[in-house]
Write a protein that binds this ligand. Sequence first.
Ligand code: PMP
Length: 410
Amino acid sequence: MNLEAIRNDFPILKTQCAGRDVVYFDNAATTQKPLPVLQAAFEYSTHSNGNPHRGAHIFAIAASEAYDGSKETVRRFLNARSTREIIYTRNTTESLNLVARSYGETHLKQGDKILITIAEHHSDLVTWQRVAHKTGAALEYIYVDKETGHFLPEDLKKIDDPAVKIFAFAEVSNVLGIHFDPKPLIERAHAHGAVVVLDGAQSAPHRKVDVQDLDCDFFAFSGHKMCAADGIGVLYGREELLNDMEPFLLGGDMIDLVEEQETRFAELPAKFEAGTQYVEGAVSLEAAIRYVEAIGFDAIREQEQKLVRRTLEGMQQIPHIRIIGPKDPAEKEGLVAFTVKDVHPHDVAQILSAEGICIRTGHHCAEPLHRYLGINASCRASFYFYNTEEEVDYFLEKLKGVRPMMGYGD
Ligand code: PMP
C-alpha cells in the first residue's frame, strides 16, 4: 500500500492545524472522501444529473443507469443474491429504522422477545425499544465483560430462547472496538427461526462482508464511514422477508398502480425507495466501494492493526489511561476508546484539538454501554487506512501531556 499516494487523494488531510497537517482520528464517526470519489459525484452532476426512473429524456436515462449501476456494485460488495435485496437509505440509522418499523412492528407480539446487546449504538437500541413498547414484546440484553468487552457466556444462552424473534447486534462495537464473530451467533439464532439484524456500520468499511456466507437476514451500513458522501446508506434484506414487509415511506417511484382508494406497490427494491433518490450519493458510494476494494481489505486490516498496536502499546505506558474493551490489538478493529483519570473527556478532546488532533468524545451514541461500564463518557481515537504511525506517535506524545496540563503530576 502506497500510503503517500493514498494520502494525496485526501487533500483535507493536509489541512494545517497547530503548525502541522491535521491528525484525523475520528473515522468511526465519519471518514474523509478521496478525490476519485468526489470526482465521480462531480462527473455525475455535471454530465448526467436527472431524476431516475422518471421520464424518457437523456438525463433521466443517464440518472437511472447511474443509480441502478451503483446498486449492482453494492450487491457485489455484499455478495447479495440480487439487487432486489439492496435498498438505499440515508444511513445505517435509517436502515435499522426501516427494519424495526416495517418488520419488527408488524411481526412481533406480546410474549415475543427482542434480543440486543448492551454495546449497541442508539440506532440499534432506541429503535428496538420502540418496537418493544408498541408490540408488547420484551427487550432483553446480552451483557459484556466489563474488562475484556466479550459477551458474557451465560448471556449468550439467551440466543437459544425460542421466544427470541429478533436478534440484532453490531458486528463491530463502535466503543469496544471488538469484532463479534457473527456467524456462530447467527446460526444459533436461526436454529429456532429468529430473524438476525446486523449493524455493519463499523464492519463494512474495514472487512469483507458476505451476506450469503454470514446468512444474516438484514445488514445495514453507511456510505460516509467508508469514504462516500453523507446521506447514502444501505439496507440488505433477504428477499422473502422484504417481500413480506410493508414499506415505511409512501410516495413516488415505490408504486406499481395507484387508484383512488388502493395502491399496489412496486417490486423490490423500489417498494422501499419512495421519492427522488440521492443519485449523486449512490454514485459516490459506488466510487468509494471501488476505491476501498482497490486498496483491499487485507491491506486495510494490516495498516489499521499497526496503528492500533502502536496506540495500545503507547497508551499502556501513559499513567492513568483506561482503555475501554480489550487491550489486545488483534481484538481491536481500528478504534480505541479510553478515559484519562480525573480529566473530563471533553477537556481531553479540546486539549488535543488545540494540537491539531481530532478525536471523538462523549458517549458515542452508546449511553447504556457507558452507564453499564460505570463511566459517563469516553474519548475515542479511530483510524482508517490513510492514517500513519507518525500520527499515532504525535497523538501519544500530546496525550501524555493532558494530565500535566490539567495540573496533575503525571
Ligand atoms: N451503528 C454503529 C455501530 C455506529 O458506529 C454508527 C455511527 N456512529 C451507527 C450505527 C449509525 O450510523 P449513521 O449515523 O451513519 O446512521
